[in-house]
Design a protein around this ligand. Structure first.
Ligand code: PAF
Length: 290
């Protein structure tokens, strides 16, 4: 992949590939290990941090950009999802991607497609309950991408904590050899977790959105002060959200970080998480307790 090996200060355009056939051909001779960063585009600093980690650990870095219709449970959300290929290629190139795979829907789901990858109980609560079909759409497309790329490692952000657990479970269950790696949430200076959806917030909603992080920090503070009751910790999150009129909570959770079952008492590690709507924009965030 000499074409895209970054030299000092160089800004290289990654090689763009749009078909399964061309991807296989390019990867047949690519230096290994391969690091994969699957994305839906609208790249931001959070994605760049995944790419930089992949760059540091791989001889070839592949990013995929595919707004996957199967994981949107609302058509309007799919249609409004931001798309900007030129900006994505610039960010991907700067962060060190060699190959960007940008397939069409027909390329990912060939004519007659009829396979669905569904993980069990882990997909039932939280995002699974709030967005029916969403996680099935994610596991189906991620399984396809992992099979097509055959990377040694694939990088996912911690912001989608349930997605990460579910993808790990799937890779383990199906014997997919790619190691699934988690990268920390990247935040704006005011604490808002970076997300492609942030750009759809109005200025008023954007100003209110750090309440997600603030509510998690309030629960963390209560936990550190000795509160171990799961419902009290969920209530601490809800109380902060309730003070922000633009924020409409969808769920608030204090769950076992392995099974994602809600906890009555926190006696070991726990995952605080939430989904909140600001008008038509839905944001998520989380905070693992030690
Ligand atoms: O996290 C995302 O951006 C998507 O869910 C993923 C993993 C790229 C699958 O479409």
């Amino acid at each position: 992949m000499a074409e895209a090996t970054p030299g000092p200060g160089a800004m290289l355009r990654p090689r763009v590939i749009r078909t399964r056939t061309d991807l296989r051909a390019a990867l047949a001779t690519a230096p290994r290990p391969i690091g994969l960063v699957p994305t839906m585009g609208a790249l931001h600093e959070g994605h760049a941090s995944l790419i930089r980690r992949a760059r540091a650990e791989s001889a070839t870095v592949v990013a995929t950009i595919f707004v996957n219709p199967r994981q949107f449970n609302e058509t309007a959300d799919f249609e409004r999802y931001p798309r900007d290929e030129a900006s994505d290629l610039a960010i991907a190139g700067e962060a060190g991607v060699d190959i960007v795979f940008i397939p069409t829907v027909e390329e990912v789901y060939p004519a007659g497609f009829q396979t669905t990858v569904r993980v069990g109980a882990l997909t039932e609560p939280l995002e699974g309950a709030a967005r029916p079909g969403h996680l099935e759409g994610v596991t189906t497309v991620v399984a396809i991408l992992l099979c097509l790329v055959g990377a040694e490692r694939a990088y996912f952000g911690q912001k989608d904590a349930q997605q990460l657990l579910v993808v790990r479970r799937m890779a383990l269950d199906l014997g997919i050899a790619t190691e699934i790696l988690a990268c920390p949430i990247v935040r704006e200076p005011d604490g808002l977790a970076m997300s492609s959806r942030n750009m759809r917030l109005t200025p008023e909603q954007r100003a209110a959105a750090p309440v997600l992080r603030a509510s998690l920090l309030a629960a963390r503070a209560a936990y550190e002060a000795g509160e171990k009751d799961g419902e009290a910790l969920r209530a601490a999150i809800r109380e902060v959200l309730a003070a922000e009129p633009l924020a409409v909570p969808e769920y608030v959770s204090c769950a076992d970080p392995v099974t994602l079952r809600e906890l009555a008492r926190v006696e070991g590690p726990a995952l605080l998480s939430l989904a909140v709507r600001f008008g038509s924009v839905r944001l998520i965030d989380n905070d693992p307790l030690p």
